[in-house]
Design a binder for this molecule. Structure first.
Ligand code: ATP
Length: 365
């Protein structure tokens, strides 16, 4: 750790300048510095190929970093083999042993360690209670539903009372409804145990449901780290703004603390964006923060309704403007019901507009 490094809980999991290049030259992780606070659930979130699985595997000890250092509780574990870390792991496909019973699966690591049978049986029962599968010990894996299998995989991962719990796309084998239930269940269990947890997911809703903090990744880098609401409300760059939630983007240039659009319209933005005059910028505003105005005025864009979509809890109004297409999201209770072809004005509240450099690093890569 260099001078000025932020101090955290001594039991934190830390990554210092961790990088991974595979033989052949594929750079999976560029240079990542991260702190996983003790007792918290951190989600590694990003599109396919961004390096999140590789990062998790390095934390697990299943892959060794090409560079950098991994610490747990201040201790260097970079070169510690996976089995000595004793971290709990749940994989995408659960990787259960079909020829063993549920209890044997759960107590598998304890059997390897030579724990006596009665003790293993008691521990398996306790863990099956914990994951709400009491009395399932004698069943075969083949007799279980997807959600039950996932619970068994979780119980098995927790058998050795790991200090760190790692999950790679744990919900991907489950259908949508069950996935949502298991997200809540897993989050409650994690909070009850207070176990330091890292979950890999490409699903922003899943990350927002479960995580204390989200690490948004792209191209082998951590683009932003923060609590779900912060990442959503104050995206650090264009990539994050577009990946978490929806966003309307507008191109323009910085001009005396405002943004001058190519159409000649001006947008005031607050807090005053810190760009030199003439710098190309991208403006992002979320559809739910884009409002219908009854008349033209400051920070409005004129346009025509190109499409209306009523999807239950919200009504999406797609508007074609000279500055490009914009989407405005109205709550289902809104009395406004613009129709196809109507002339409308969109109001973009200065305090809810984000301004980014025209080209992010993530985009440029
Ligand atoms: P997904 O969600 O699709 O699993 P991911 O974000 O988990 O993606 P990784 O699996 O970590 O991404 O892969 C990151 C990059 O590293 C990809 O470009 C991938 O092709 C490459 N990569 C991963 N594993 C290897 C390997 N064993 N050998 C070579 N390249 C690899």
């Amino acid at each position: 750790p260099g001078p000025g490094a932020p101090q955290g809980d001594p039991a934190d999991l830390r990554l210092w300048d961790v990088r991974k290049t595979f033989p052949g030259g594929a750079v999976a992780v560029e240079s990542v510095d991260l702190r996983f606070p003790a007792g918290e659930l951190t989600a590694l979130l990003g599109p396919s190929g961004c390096g999140k699985t590789t990062l998790l595997r390095m934390i697990a000890g299943l892959e060794s970093p090409s560079f950098g250092r991994i610490e747990l509780g201040g201790e260097d574990i970079t070169d510690l083999p996976a089995h000595k870390r004793r971290f709990g792991m749940v994989f995408q496909n659960f990787a259960l042993f079909p020829h063993l019973t549920v209890a044997e699966n759960v107590a598998y690591s304890l059997a390897i360690e030579g724990v006596a049978k009665p003790k293993r049986r008691a521990r398996a029962e306790e863990l099956l209670d914990l994951v709400q599968l009491p009395g399932y010990g004698a069943r075969r894996i083949g007799e279980l539903s997807g959600g039950q299998r996932q619970r068994v995989a979780i119980a098995r991962a927790l058998a050795q009372e790991p200090s760190v719990f790692l999950l790679d796309e744990p919900m991907s084998a489950l259908d949508a409804k069950l996935r949502e239930e298991m997200q809540v269940e897993l989050r409650l269990l994690q909070q009850r145990l207070g176990i330091t947890t890292v979950v890999v997911t490409h699903d922003q809703r899943e990350a927002m449901t479960m995580a204390d903090r989200i690490v948004v990744m792209s191209n082998g880098r951590a683009e932003q780290v923060g609590p779900p609401q912060e990442v959503y409300q104050r995206p650090a760059n264009r990539f994050v703004a577009g990946f978490i939630g929806k966003a309307n983007f507008l191109s323009g240039t910085a001009d005396r603390g405002e943004v001058l659009l190519a159409t000649g319209a001006r947008l005031s933005v607050a807090p005053a964006a810190n760009f030199r005059d003439g710098a190309p910028v991208q403006v992002a505003c979320r559809p739910e923060w884009t409002f219908l105005a009854s008349e033209p005025g400051a920070n409005t864009l004129a346009g025509r309704v190109a499409f209306v979509r009523d999807i239950g809890q919200v009504r999406e109004i797609h508007v074609e403007t000279p500055a490009g297409p914009q989407v405005c999201e109205l709550p289902f209770s809104s009395p406004a019901r613009p129709r196809l072809g109507d002339a409308v004005h969109l109001f973009l509240p200065p305090e809810l507009i984000r301004v980014f450099p025209a080209q992010d690093r993530a985009e440029a890569a």
